[in-house]
Write a protein that binds this ligand. Structure first.
Ligand code: NI
Length: 255
């Protein structure tokens, strides 16, 4: 049974067949899904999904690209949402320097603020770090990740950076990018990181694996990622499934 530790089923690309596809998850070996929020509006769309499906859990938080208009009132609302039964993390939060839409200083402020919120409500964090490794590590070090737990989602850093993050107890999420032809660095990091610290994810509808690249991604394609990780680690796929699912349950404190 696979655990998709990061998905976006609230995305408009699932509007035509959202229930149909989610109804097919369990018979296709997908045991758990954590649907991460990206904006304040997305949270309102995600919570009803977790009410409807026992296997869907929720992360509440705001993505760096949506951070420009954030206010302290929004932090109060996230805190309120975080008390819901199916909310298991604060995320996705972080830094994205790939696009220049939101000023770095603004991104850093709300990343730091949402990390403090996670410490306050004692929930693990889902971290989005794109082209911002140095600042990301600097801000993470100011917080007690060891206590609350967390995951570097869609990990794109080096094996060395992973080593630097190890003492925080953080997990590393790998998805479709692990299978991309040109993703040598990602595979090298996955080879170095102990399996006990790896979780699988899709980030769907984005980042479909190489075999279906360009298509809308979903948890139903996650076996391609598990296969690739099994190849990298020299283990059976069943072993990869079992260990990464256990890891994700530990990360999100799901019994
Ligand atoms: Ni995402």
């Amino acid at each position: 049974m696979l655990f998709d530790s990061h998905a976006h089923y609230n995305d408009a690309r699932f509007d035509d067949d959202r229930f149909e596809i989610l109804n097919s998850m369990q018979k296709n070996g997908i045991g758990y899904i954590v649907n991460a929020a990206d904006s304040m509006e997305s949270i309102e769309k995600i919570l009803p999904l977790s009410d409807r499906y026992p296997f869907i859990y929720v992360a509440v938080g705001v993505h760096p690209e949506e951070a420009a208009e954030l206010t302290e009132a929004d932090m109060d609302r996230i805190k309120e949402f975080s008390r819901r039964e199916k909310v298991c993390a604060i995320g996705e939060i972080g830094l994205d320097y790939h696009y220049d839409d939101v000023e770095k200083a603004v991104q850093k402020k709300w990343f730091d603020r949402q990390l403090s919120l996670a410490e306050e409500v004692n929930l693990p964090v889902i971290i989005h770090d794109r082209d911002a490794h140095g600042d990301c590590i600097e801000i993470l070090k100011k917080h007690d990740i060891k206590r609350i737990g967390g995951v570097m989602h869609c990990y794109s850093g080096s094996a060395e950076m992973a080593k630097e993050l190890m003492p925080t107890g953080i997990y590393f999420g790998f998805g479709g990018t692990l299978t991309f032809k040109n993703a040598k660095k990602v595979r090298a990091a996955a080879a170095e990181i102990p399996l006990e610290r790896i979780v699988l994810e899709t980030d769907c509808p984005y980042l479909a694996p190489e075999q279906v690249r360009g298509q809308r991604n979903s948890s139903l394609y996650m076996h391609y990622v598990a296969e690739k990780l099994a190849e990298i680690k020299g283990l059976e796929i069943a072993e990869i499934e079992r260990i990464t699912t256990e890891n994700a349950k530990k990360l999100y404190k799901i019994p």
